[in-house]
Ligand binder design. Structure first.
Ligand code: SIN
Length: 321
């Protein structure tokens, strides 16, 4: 699947651990849901996984969290460690082990901020490491294969034999091992017995490289909240958020809209008021497929095909400058 470098020198794939179910432990091997996430070290996750020919593996624990608790501070550290390793000439790519719950957010964040075009491949598992039949080891093996593949680029997520782009991926199932989909775009390709079958081009690497993210020791991340439009919605949440003030005042608002960017009229009125008061407002559809098609006369910006959680990341980065 993977060749050694033309110089004959070994190439490295660096595996960064962040936690998740893939590193989870349960009391019994037949318990796939009553486990504690983020227990097993990334070094142990590599266990018996053999590196492809001509490739050596390196492991580094960046964090150890259940990904529902993912934070800006961990993202900043992760982006820095990715940038560090990707800048090493002999590093072919980086793999990140991560929880499934927010993997799409971390993937989109890294896609947005990493300047390198080398592959960054996130992977995960739906069953803990202690399961009778864990899915993690195969996913890690596949991810390493993708990261070591010549010509691979951009940020992808490998799970259950599919390669998804960090822009399109969404978690769509609570339990199945194949818990992800890439909407209208579909996966980038598949890993089948170590062989890659691409069905569309690799995602482009090289995001905006937010300087502050890599330079500032402590960053003041702008507060951006998501508010959903639904039957019977009101402007109360937006009004409360806008008026909260304090040391971390609201800077941005993502509205999870119905259909093609529509909002309950009461929520829309409050959002327009917030926008007039200087809060950045972005509409993102709550539909899992499709995008918002802009219309003449729209008063609130839209996030196109981005889901609300990804639109929030885009807005945070925009406000960070
Ligand atoms: C997590 O996201 O860290 C826990 C759930 C999972 O990985 O499936």
């Amino acid at each position: 699947m993977v060749n050694s470098s033309s110089s004959g020198l070994p190439r490295r794939v660096v595996v960064l651990g962040t936690g998740g179910t893939i590193a989870g432990r349960a009391a019994s091997s037949d318990d796939n849901i009553g486990y504690t996430a983020a227990q097993v070290s990334v070094g142990d996750l590599l266990g018996d996984i053999e590196a492809p020919a001509g490739v050596t593996l390196e492991a580094e624990q960046v964090a150890q969290v259940d990904s529902k608790d993912m934070s800006f501070a961990i993202w900043q550290q992760l982006a820095r460690r990715c940038a560090h390793w990707l800048a090493q000439p002999d590093v072919a790519g980086v793999v990140i082990t991560h929880g499934t719950d927010t993997i799409e957010e971390t993937a989109f964040f890294l896609h947005s901020v990493l300047a390198s075009s080398k592959p960054v491949v996130l992977t995960c598992a739906m069953r803990p490491a202690t399961a009778l039949s864990p899915d993690g080891p195969q996913n890690v093996r596949d991810a390493i294969g993708v990261a070591a593949t010549r010509g691979a680029s951009g940020v992808t997520v490998v799970c259950a034999g599919a390669i998804h782009s960090g822009v399109d991926i969404q978690k769509v199932h609570t339990y199945r091992l194949d818990a992800f989909a890439s909407g209208d775009a579909g996966p980038v390709g598949y890993v089948e017995e170590g062989e890659l079958r691409l069905v569309r081009p690799w995602p482009e690497g090289g995001g905006m490289s937010v300087g502050k993210l890599f330079e500032a020791a402590e960053l003041q991340w702008p507060r951006v909240e998501i508010v959903m439009s639904h039957a019977g919605a009101s402007g109360a949440v937006v009004e409360a958020l806008s008026q909260a003030g304090g040391p971390d005042p609201l800077r941005g608002l993502v509205l999870a809209t119905t259909g093609n960017g529509t909002l309950h009229h009461a929520l829309e009125a409050a959002a327009l008021k917030a926008q007039d008061a200087g809060i950045a407002v972005l509409r993102a559809t709550r539909c899992s497929n499709g995008r918002i098609l802009p219309k003449t006369g729209d008063l609130l910006r839209d996030a196109g095909e981005l889901t609300p959680v990804k639109a929030r990341i885009a807005l945070v980065l925009e406000l960070l400058g």
